[in-house]
Design a protein around this ligand. Structure first.
Ligand code: 6PG
Length: 470
C-alpha cells in the first residue's frame, strides 16, 4: 500500500493533523526528526493505525508515497522548515508538493516559493488554526499557492477542515504568501481579542474586587449574546477551574507573564510596513511585552504605588458597558485586521477574497465567533473600505462606542491599564474625525524643515509665512 500523502513533524499539531487525515480515509506516511516518535505514533493511533505508514528516513518517506507526492510540513517555523525543504529536495521529483502548514512568516514563504521555482517541486504555504482540537477534528485552513496546486490538494484539505453549517472552512486565498499572511493576521486579531478580554477581566478583578469564580459567569452570560465566541467561552471555563495542588482558582496561581511566538508581532510589523493603522493589535503585542517585564513592574509599583482600583457605581450599568466596550473594541480590532489584509492583497497582487476569509474563520479557528458571520455578510454585500463603514457595523458601533468611552475613562481614573481598548477607542475617534489636528503637524514640519503643506481648497505645495520666526 502506498500512501496518498505524507507528513513530517509529529509534534502535537502534526500528530493530530495526521490522525485527522487518516480518519478521513487517507493513508498517510509520517516521518519525524526524532525517529523513535514515528513508531510510537503508530502504536498510539488505535483503529487508525492501519492507515499510518511510519517512515524512519526521508528516503523511506518519499518511497512510501504515491507520486506526485503531497507532503505536509508541521515543524517549528523558521530554520527547521528550510532544513526539511533542503532534505526533501534530494528525494522528491517534479510535480511533488511541499505544504508548509506551520505558522510561517509570509516573507519566508515568498522566499521559499522563489527558491523552489524551476525545480518542478510545487510549494504551498498553508495557515492552520484551531489548536490541538482543531488539528484533530477540523481546523480552519488558509491556503496560499498556485490555484492549480490548490486543486491538487483540495479534496484532502477540505475533508479535514472544520465545517460551518456544512461549508468547509478551508479555502485558497491567493498566490505564494497569501495563506500565511492571512494566518498571521488571524493571530494578530487573536492577540487583540485575548488582550481586550484580559483587560475587561482586570477591570472586574482589580476595579470591582471580583474573584475568578464571580467573574466566570459574567463571561458565560456574555457568551450567549453578541460576544458569543470560542475565546469568551473558554475564558468563562478557565476562570471556573481550580488548581488541584492548592485548591485556588488556577488563574490565581498562574504567573502574569504572557508568551509569544511571533505572529502577533509580525502582524504589527507588516501593518506598519503597509502603512495601515493596526493599533489594537500593536497594543496587544506591547501588552505581552510589558507582561514579561515582571521584575521591572514590581519595582515600579513600589515607586509609584498600585492602581487605586475601586470602581464604584451602578453594577448593572457597568456590566452592560463592559460587554459593549469589549464589543466596540472587537469591531475596531477586526476593522484594522481586515484593512491590513486588504492592503497586503493589493501590495502583493494577491486578490485575497476577504468574504471567504471571514467565512472560513466562522468555525475551526481560535477566533471563531458569531461576529465573524456578521463580517462575512458585510463582505458578501460588496467591497468594504473599512468595517466601521459597513452598514451593519455602523449600527453596532453607534450603540457600542459610548460604552467603550466610559470604560476606558473609568479604567484610566482607576489606574487600570486597558491598552488595547484605549487604542481601539483612539482609532475610532481618529477615524471619524473629519478635521483632525495634523494641520499643526504640517505647520511644524514646514517650519523646521520646509516640508511644505497643502492649503485648504488650493492645489500644490505651499510654505508658511515663518519669516524671521524660523
Ligand atoms: C491557532 C493559534 C495558534 C497559536 C499561535 C499563537 O490559530 O491555532 O493562533 O497558531 O496560538 O501560534 O501563539 P502565541 O500566543 O504563542 O504567539
Amino acid at each position: 500500500v502506498q500512501a496518498e500523502i505524507g507528513l513530517i513533524g509529529l509534534g502535537t499539531m502534526g500528530s493530530n493533523l495526521a490522525l485527522n487525515i487518516a480518519e478521513k480515509g487517507h493513508t498517510i506516511a509520517v516521518f519525524n526528526r526524532t525517529v523513535s516518535r514515528v513508531d510510537e505514533f503508530k502504536a498510539q493511533a488505535g483503529a487508525l493505525a492501519d492507515r499510518i505508514i511510519p517512515c524512519h528516513s526521508i528516503e523511506e518517506l518519499a518511497a512510501a508515497i504515491r507520486p506526485p507526492r503531497p507532503i505536509i510540513l508541521m515543524v517549528v517555523a523558521g530554520k527547521p522548515v528550510d532544513d526539511q525543504i533542503a532534505m526533501l529536495r534530494k528525494v522528491l521529483s517534479p510535480n511533488d508538493i511541499i505544504i508548509d502548514a506551520g505558522n510561517a512568516d509570509f516573507n519566508d514563504t515568498r522566499r521559499r516559493f522563489a527558491e523552489l521555482e524551476g525545480t518542478g517541486i510545487t510549494f504551498i504555504g498553508m495557515g492552520v488554526s484551531g489548536g490541538e482540537e482543531g488539528a484533530r477534528h477540523g481546523p480552519s485552513i488558509m491556503v496560499g499557492g498556485t490555484e492549480e496546486s490548490w486543486h491538487r490538494v483540495e479534496d484532502v484539505i477540505t475533508a479535514i477542515s472544520a465545517k460551518y453549517k456544512g461549508e468547509p472552512c478551508a479555502a485558497w486565498l491567493g498566490p505564494d504568501g497569501a495563506g500565511h499572511f492571512v494566518k498571521t493576521i488571524h493571530n494578530g486579531i487573536e492577540y487583540a481579542d485575548m488582550q481586550m478580554i484580559a483587560e475587561i477581566y482586570g477591570v472586574l478583578r482589580d476595579g470591582l474586587g471580583m474573584s475568578a469564580k464571580e467573574i466566570a459567569p459574567v463571561f458565560a452570560k456574555w457568551n450567549e449574546g453578541r460576544l458569543n465566541s470560542y475565546l469568551i467561552e473558554i475564558t468563562a471555563k478557565v476562570l471556573e477551574i481550580d488548581d488541584p495542588k492548592t485548591g485556588k482558582p488556577i488563574v490565581d496561581v498562574i504567573v502574569d507573564r504572557a508568551g509569544q511566538k511571533g505572529t502577533g508581532k509580525w502582524s504589527a510589523i507588516e501593518a506598519q510596513k503597509l502603512g495601515v493603522p493596526a493599533t489594537a493589535i500593536e497594543a496587544a503585542v506591547a501588552a505581552r511585552v510589558i507582561s514579561s517585564m515582571k521584575t521591572e513592574r514590581e519595582a515600579a509599583q513600589k515607586v509609584y504605588g498600585p492602581a487605586t482600583g475601586n470602581i464604584k457605581g451602578d453594577k448593572a450599568k457597568l456590566f452592560h458597558d463592559l460587554e459593549l466596550a469589549l464589543f466596540a473594541g472587537k469591531i475596531a480590532a477586526y476593522a484594522q485586521g481586515f484593512a491590513v489584509m486588504d492592503a497586503a492583497s493589493k501590495e502583493f497582487s494577491w486578490n485575497i477574497p476577504l468574504a471567504t476569509v471571514s467565512k472560513i474563520w466562522r468555525a475551526g479557528c481560535i477566533i471563531r465567533s458569531q461576529f465573524l458571520g456578521t463580517i462575512a455578510e458585510a463582505f458578501s454585500k460588496g467591497p468594504v473600505t473599512n468595517l466601521l463603514m459597513a452598514p451593519a457595523f455602523i449600527e453596532m458601533m453607534k450603540e457600542a462606542h459610548p460604552s467603550l468611552r466610559r470604560i476606558v475613562a473609568i479604567a484610566a481614573e482607576a489606574g487600570l491599564p486597558v491598552p488595547a481598548l484605549s487604542a481601539a477607542l483612539a482609532y475610532f475617534d481618529g477615524y471619524r474625525q473629519a478635521r483632525g489636528t495634523s494641520n499643526l503637524i504640517q505647520a511644524q514640519r514646514d517650519f523646521f524643515g520646509a516640508h511644505g503643506f497643502e492649503r485648504i481648497g488650493e492645489e500644490g505645495a505651499h510654505h508658511g509665512p515663518w519669516g524671521d520666526y524660523s
